[in-house]
Design a binder for this molecule. Structure first.
Ligand code: XUL
Ligand code: CO
Length: 437
């Protein structure tokens, strides 16, 4: 097959002084940070749906980008041709992973059986390209939101047949993910929520979602898929409210349905901000509960209230993300998946490279900054000293369950009064972080 990205060769690390815009200034895959290669810390992944199926279309206008290799048809041959282009891109960019939905890679047919056949054919091409290049599947997923049958939801649809169709689709997508050696499988509940409460039984729908995920766990065991399951929280869009609204809602949901052992979270930066939280809040909450699995790396727009899925170029935010990850032992099965698309008005093929290079360089800087902050140790020491009263004496007794309410009353009656704590040093802490940028 002819080269799709003519004139663009392998993107190499050239360092911050390079004037070549198609090079990495900071991402140096083999550079060792805290005893591990940068590429192993960051585990970058390309999102097939945005990079190879995105057209620039938005709710106000049609496609702005044409892909010269695409014949515009919904054929399997076209899909297989696209696979080759995708792997040329992965190789030139030097990413080790990709993620896909079933319907990104293969066309939906007239019947489920036809869709499954299409997917099998394309999966063979994906497997061949994986073997040729060494690029791996970070996670697979099923698209349970685009087809009109899912307009009321999939696992939470009011029609049991739709639930059954979704289950069949997930079973197949999971089998294909296993066939491709995927290290994870993601559940993003696209339309698992509601438009109006006037037609919605929340309890019943959430129980159906719980049952759906229990069935997925059973199927996983049956077929011997060893990858990690993730839930990807998002509060809204396209629904008014989505049940997996944020990390805390997911944690409660997993506990309610006996799913805590089988799921971790895939935290997406722009979903966190849509939920009215920061990306770092969501990461730290998930780490706190021991359920951080993977990250959809992107960012929103501070002036727009929707999921703009822009490339993650905010170095400070990336540094805080990497600090959280390093403090918690880094990725195991997950990675940084660029769930991001180029702007509608970015229409050159080279823009796909610039976008990913920007995200990768900004995360490489984030990683180096996080490692430097950890080496310095001041932030960690200050955090420890803030909670020092819990490490000894009465605080330790409370934490270890050795004090009753009356014991505490006696203790305080005797003591008479107490101070708040040392200063929170908010501005000093912010300044310390900025010293490393
Ligand atoms: C949608 C979104 C999805 C999931 C996978 O907002 O983030 O692309 O990542 O279904
Ligand atoms: Co996502």
């Amino acid at each position: 097959m002819a080269e799709a990205f003519r004139g663009i060769s392998k993107i190499r690390f050239e360092g911050p002084k390079s004037k070549n815009r198609l090079s990495f200034k900071h991402y140096n895959p083999d550079e060792i940070v805290e005893g591990k290669k940068m590429s192993e810390h960051l585990r970058f992944s390309v999102a097939y749906w945005h990079t190879f199926r995105g057209t620039g279309a938005d709710p106000f206008g049609s496609a702005t980008r044409t892909m010269p290799w695409d014949d515009g048809s919904n054929s399997v041959a076209n899909a297989i041709n696209r696979v080759k282009v995708a792997f040329e891109f992965f190789e030139k960019l030097g990413v080790n992973f990709y993620c896909f939905h079933d319907r990104d890679v293969a066309p939906e047919g007239e019947t489920l059986a036809e869709s499954n056949r299409n997917l099998d054919e394309v999966a063979k091409a994906l497997k061949d390209e994986q073997a040729r290049t060494g690029v791996k599947l970070l996670w697979g997923t099923a698209n349970l939101f685009s087809h009109p049958r899912y307009m009321h939801g999939a696992a939470t649809a009011p029609n049991a047949d739709v639930f059954a169709f979704a289950a069949a689709q997930v079973a197949k997508a999971m089998e294909v993910t296993k066939y491709l050696g995927g290290s994870g499988y993601t559940f993003w509940g696209g339309r698992e929520g509601y438009k109006t409460l006037l037609n919605t039984n929340i309890k019943r729908e959430m129980d159906h979602l719980g049952r759906f995920l229990q069935l997925a766990v059973e199927h996983k065991r049956q077929i011997g898929f060893k990858g990690q399951f993730y839930i990807e929280p998002k509060p809204k869009e396209p629904t008014r409210h989505q049940y997996d609204s944020d990390a805390a809602a997911c944690w409660a949901f997993l506990q309610n349905h006996g799913l805590t052992k089988d799921f971790k979270l895939n935290i997406e930066a722009n979903h966190a901000t849509l939920a009215g939280h920061s990306f770092i809040h969501e990461l730290q909450y998930a780490c706190g509960m021991g359920i951080l699995g993977s990250v959809d790396a992107n960012r929103g727009d501070e002036l727009l209230g929707w999921d703009t899925d822009q490339f993650p170029t905010n170095v400070l935010e990336n540094a805080m993300c990497m600090l959280t990850l390093l403090d918690n032992g880094g990725f195991k099965t997950g990675g940084l998946n660029f769930d991001a698309h180029v702007a509608r008005e970015s229409t050159d093929l080279a823009d796909l490279f610039h976008a990913h290079i920007g995200g990768m360089d900004a995360f490489a800087r984030g990683l180096k900054i996080a490692a430097a902050i950890r080496k310095d140790g001041t932030l960690k020491d200050m955090l420890k000293s803030r909670y020092a009263s819990w490490d000894k004496g009465m605080g330790k007794k409370i934490e270890t369950g050795k004090m009753t309410m009356s014991d505490l009353a006696q203790y305080m009656l005797k003591k008479g009064n107490c101070d708040a704590n040392e200063s929170g040093r908010v501005e000093l802490l912010e300044n310390i972080v900025n010293e490393y940028l």
